[in-house]
Design a protein around this ligand. Structure first.
Ligand code: SAH
Length: 357
């Protein structure tokens, strides 16, 4: 798809024309990845974080937030529950904590792989190649690292580097690809200062990187963060992308059209904007994955990357049945097995060079 077409869809407001976009994305989803909706059991296993991201409620200087790291035994109990509930994948997510020993996480991954049939996805931020290689060796299958925005100046503003390391998430994604992970990335939609051109560029990068997984969600202001506090400061600049539900559906639909075989979740941030039907509409406009939250209830309240997160007060037993009934209600079926990236299998038979546009 040409850049001009991406831009004109992002600016489209006519509901009939948008209906045609949703239909096109849904048809592409059906013919390229089928009707299965894969369940990824999310475990937010730690909220300690060394970074000062201007958008995220886990940022290091949020001192009132109680910090936790689950024990390996607690994580293994979650893994067993995830198997029992019929999910094929466990996603281990946390803040970015350099004091988390790579060996600790390698041991947890190894234990999950030896006692369950689960695929393991890690999402623990920026680490050294050595750590990523160790986790891959221990059996981790996939890695999620959103590049958040392709506008480098905006990224540097909202994601200040650690003193000893420049953040270069696109380079990190290339490293992860080389280590033979299934690689997932994505962006937030409607970051203050993000323009339509930026977002079109993000979508072009999804395609150029031939991502296995693409996760996108609306930016949601957190009052304890610099971007949350800046939220009330006057009118948004011209060309600012709004952090809305509709804009999120547009990006999901366009991601499906530019990366037809990728796995695309209908995210919790989207469900936070529309608790009744957000997940379903995401699934009907290009997405084919949902991530039920299997974090123990007592920890959920502390993994507050943004406020009023959907499902925070529910218990782990609630989430999967809720997702199953939502999937059935829209005439789709729950995926069985790992739900690996079809994009990756296609790439393996016909290698595609990883290039930025
Ligand atoms: N520490 C890991 C995991 C972060 S949480 C990492 O940095 O990769 C996963 C995602 O939540 C982030 O990549 C970001 O895109 C999203 N997120 C964080 N704060 C948010 C906010 N205020 N609104 C919407 N999404 C947010």
């Amino acid at each position: 798809m040409e850049r001009e077409e991406i831009l004109s869809w992002l600016r489209e407001s006519d509901t009939d024309r948008l209906d045609a976009l949703w239909r096109r994305a849904d048809d592409t989803r059906r013919s390229c990845v089928g009707d299965a909706v894969h369940l990824r059991g999310l475990v937010e296993f730690a909220n300690r974080c060394a970074r000062s991201c201007a958008y995220c409620g886990l940022r290091a200087d949020h001192h009132e937030l109680p910090r936790y790291r689950m024990t390996p035994e607690e994580i293994l109990r979650c893994a067993d529950q995830i198997v029992d509930s019929g999910c094929g994948t466990i996603v281990l997510q946390s803040g970015e904590d350099p004091s988390l020993p790579a060996e600790w996480l390698a041991d947890v991954v190894g234990r999950i792989k030896s006692r369950t049939p689960l695929a393991v996805t890690l999402s623990v931020g920026e680490r050294d190649e050595r750590d990523w290689a160790m986790w891959r060796q221990a059996g981790a299958d996939r890695y999620l690292l959103r590049f958040e925005t392709s506008n480098r100046a905006l990224f540097d503003r909202i994601h200040p580097p650690l003193p000893d390391r420049r953040s270069d998430r696109l380079a990190d994604l290339r490293t992860l690809r080389r280590l033979n992970y299934e690689v997932g990335s994505g962006v937030m939609i409607g970051i203050p200062g993000q323009t339509y051109e930026d977002l079109a560029n993000d979508i072009e990068i999804f395609a150029a990187m031939s991502l296995d997984m693409i996760g996108v969600g609306p930016f949601i202001a957190h009052p304890r963060t610099p971007l949350g506090r800046a939220g009330s400061a006057g009118d948004p600049p011209a060309g600012q992308v709004p952090p809305t539900e509709e804009m999120t559906y547009k990006v999901i639909a366009l991601a499906r059209l530019v990366c037809p075989r990728a796995n695309i979740p209908s995210t919790t941030a989207l469900a936070t904007l529309n608790r009744q039907t957000g997940r379903e509409l995401g699934l009907m406009r290009g997405a084919n994955v949902v991530m039920p939250n299997l974090t123990p209830t007592r920890y959920r309240q502390w993994y507050e990357i943004y406020p009023n997160k959907a499902c925070v007060t529910e218990s782990p037993g609630d989430c999967v049945p809720c997702m199953r009934s939502r999937i059935q209600a829209i005439d789709r079926r729950v995926g069985v097995g790992h739900g690996n990236s079809r994009n990756r299998s296609a790439r393996a038979s016909q290698p595609i060079e990883f290039q930025e546009p």
